[in-house]
Design a protein around this ligand. Sequence first.
Ligand SMILES: O=P(O)(O)OC[C@H](O)CO
Length: 193
Amino acid sequence: MTFTEKVKTRSEPFLLPLVRALARVKIPPNAVSIAGFIGVGLAGLAIALGHIGWGGILLLVFGPLDAVDGLLARKTNQASTFGAFLDSTLDRYAEIALFLGLTYYFLKEGSTIGVLLSFLTLTGSLMVSYARARAEGLKMECKVGLFTRFERLLALTLGLVTGFVLPVLVILALLTHYTALQRILHVYRQSRK
Ligand SMILES: O=P(O)(O)OC[C@H](O)CO
């Protein structure tokens, strides 16, 4: 079990009351995925406007919806192929919105290093997700890696809330690409079996 899966399993009991409430008022899982995307998009907007701390708080509030949509789908027997596709696709757009916000913020601040780190982190994050999606398309499992989406969002949230955005981006810029490499090697090993 990966670290993310362990966290998901352990956090389930805390998310269940919300999941039950959503099920009771018949909110579909796809609506939760869309709400999560809008929330993270708002975090990107807050960052772009220079409200870094608010960006972190919005991520803290809306980040958990990442787990709620899937849990709601499973608990209410509404899991669907399109739902899984929509969820993953919106996750990518949410990351793009976040790093668009950061890029705009650093451009306004005149921080070339900030812009470069945002670019490297966004591309690294997208490559991590792409490697998994491509592997799964080839019927291989590929959830491994140090900086999956959960770790990435957690690190960025901490960086935004504490104001240590640049140091966190240095770590993310390096470790997202390292994670993509881990996934490439993981698929290579599986393909040799
Ligand atoms: O950890 P990642 O980057 O593969 O992202 C996980 C996806 O959000 C699942 O759709």
